[in-house]
Design a protein around this ligand. Structure first.
Ligand code: CU
Length: 207
């Protein structure tokens, strides 16, 4: 008797719940479509780090992931310790890797966008203070709908991928015209992987 009553109650409860759900659907109280959500809500950033540097320029890296069903667009990144730019890296006719400012990063729907040495990165243009290994640096990513995503990155030593910076427009053919163009792929690979630097103070390779 008790059991039967309990079952009946359960059935009634389930029926009532179903009715409530149906009512709420019919009433239009559905979750908001994803396209109305702030872009920042769909995005996470992992594996972040910033290249240690005493002064001048340095870069921040990581993996941006976009869970939305449409692309989202990063238009700016900020940090309290430096003016910043969005940078991409391109190869010139001489096979040199050059980084330059770009106006936006487009994060593919449901996909990843890599920020890595030798590729796209967040560029700190003029450090107001040294960034030492182990320091935490705060950043804010701004999306095209003005939503923002804060993150912090720990600094580490890194000797590779010393791209040349190209402020503004690309300088064309500046004295590299002879002989450098034939094996650009090899040069590209070297630049990316062993970081033989023009800085002459390597020896901190940490991997
Ligand atoms: Cu850069």
């Amino acid at each position: 008797m008790i059991t039967r009553t309990a079952r009946r109650l359960t059935a009634v409860t389930a029926g009532a719940l179903a009715a409530v759900l149906l009512t709420s659907c019919a009433g239009g109280a559905q979750p908001e479509p994803a396209e109305d959500a702030p872009a920042a809500d769909a995005v996470t950033i992992d594996d972040v780090w910033v290249k240690a540097a005493d002064e001048g320029m340095t870069s921040a890296f990581g993996v941006l992931r976009n869970a939305a069903e449409e692309p989202v667009t990063v238009v700016e990144v900020r940090s309290p310790i430096s003016p910043m730019e969005l940078h991409e890296t391109v190869e010139n006719e001489a096979g040199e890797m050059l980084m330059r400012e770009t106006t936006e990063f487009s994060l593919p729907a449901g996909g990843e966008f890599l920020l890595e040495p030798g590729g796209n990165h967040f560029m700190l243009m003029d450090l107001a203070e040294p960034v030492r290994p182990g320091d935490e640096v705060a950043f804010t990513i701004v999306f095209d709908d003005d939503s923002t995503l804060d993150f912090s990155a720990v600094a580490k030593e890194y000797g590779g991928a010393q791209e040349h910076y190209v402020p503004g427009e690309e300088d064309e053919h500046e004295g590299h015209a002879d002989g450098a163009g034939s094996d650009s792929d090899e040069q590209h690979a070297e630049d990316e992987h062993d970081g033989h630097g023009e800085h002459g103070e390597e020896g901190h390779d940490d991997e």
